[in-house]
Write a protein that binds this ligand. Structure first.
Ligand code: PLP
Length: 339
């Protein structure tokens, strides 16, 4: 159910909270009983969405000071801090909360205070041996040798953090390689209290999530944390925008809308939600109101039926869109509504 059209201004990002709840329930069902479902704030740093997510997740993952400031308004019961921020974050401003800081480099200062775990970010690519897997998938975190050195120099219990931009790497063979190298180095696996296995999890890869969790549980009794961003929200929201102008140049068809592909809509390709009315095979370039030549994005639809002033509802654009929102040349930020 979309909101009444005379009640909002376009462009609008509209979320259905029941879809978010269903996504959260599906991911939680794939986790073991002591698992934690954490929302990755970078995928949508916006207060009303975070508030509506709060009852469905166990905590939030933050990676910059803007997200930290937002989270102090949300009053989370658990925070995972991932990234360079970890060494500087003022988590003591969130008193009494459970916080894990994940460090990126061996020489980072390890903050004390409310956190009693040494959080270490593992560079996923270092745990693959075969040549086709040796590309650099993530530049953050500890390499294998550096990690072992860091572990030897600490007596603390450990929280490990893994995240790979190519999510297929988050598989059983990564963890077998990881645990085996720790065992070879005589590291006592019972010191591991948390295994955070990152983002990228969604309702279509819950089988893999379950098998990875089962596999990890063969080695350790640690809590397993996941921190999906897109997977919790991507199909829960739509962008509602207005058709402003149409023009053609040769065979190319352009449709200018009041949402900016450059400033508002990011990450994935859009699709018209109202297929019955607008569906079709014309290749249309959606253009935003900036002056950037890059402010276009391709879409398929029926160009002739679209009239200037029509409200268009686009799916596939939600995650990460607000992370890029700015007010370049006076273009308003997109509004967000959770229904
Ligand atoms: C460390 C970390 N955790 C979680 C996420 C969320 O990933 P996704 O939105 O694919 O679930 C990201 C995304 O970049 C990330 O870098």
């Amino acid at each position: 159910m979309l909101p009444e059209t005379d009640l909002f201004q376009t462009p609008l990002l509209y979320f259905q909270s029941d879809v978010i709840a269903e996504n959260a329930a599906a991911l939680r069902a794939a986790l073991p009983d002591n698992g934690r479902l954490i929302f990755s704030v970078k995928s949508f740093p916006e207060k009303s969405l975070l508030e509506s997510l709060k009852p469905h997740v166990d905590g939030f993952d933050i990676s910059n000071s803007y997200e930290e400031e937002l989270l102090t308004q949300i009053n989370p019961s658990f925070l995972s801090v991932v990234g360079p921020l970890a060494s500087t974050v003022a988590v003591d401003s969130i008193p009494g909360k459970s916080v894990i800081l994940y460090q990126d480099h061996a020489d980072d200062a390890i903050s004390a205070g409310s956190h009693d775990l040494l959080g270490l970010r593992v560079r996923v690519t270092d745990y693959f041996q075969t040549s086709e897997n040796t590309q650099i998938f993530t530049r953050f975190g500890f390499g294998r040798n550096e990690l072992l050195k860091r572990l030897r120099s600490s007596a603390d219990d450990i929280a490990f953090h893994f995240h790979a931009p190519d999510h297929r790497l988050m598989c059983v063979s990564l963890f077998s390689s990881f645990f085996e190298s720790l065992q070879q180095a005589d590291f006592a696996l019972d010191r591991i209290r948390v295994m955070n296995i990152g983002g990228g999890w969604n309702t279509s890869n819950t089988d893999r999530l379950r098998s990875v969790c089962n596999y990890i549980e063969r080695y350790v009794t640690a809590e397993i944390h996941i921190e999906p961003g897109a997977g919790l929200i991507h199909d829960a929201g739509v962008v509602i925008c207005k058709a402003l102008r149409k023009h053609t140049a040769g065979t190319q068809k352009y449709l200018t809308i009041d949402a900016s592909p450059e400033l508002h809509l990011r990450w994935s390709l859009p699709a018209f939600l109202d297929q019955e009315r607008y569906g079709g095979d014309d290749e249309i370039q959606l253009c935003g109101p900036t002056v950037f030549e890059g402010d276009t994005v391709p879409i398929r639809g029926n160009f002739d039926v679209i009239k200037c002033g029509d409200l268009l509802v686009l799916s596939g654009l939600v995650s990460y869109s607000v992370s890029w929102n700015c007010t370049f040349n006076g273009i308003p930020r997109i509004s967000v509504c959770v229904g």
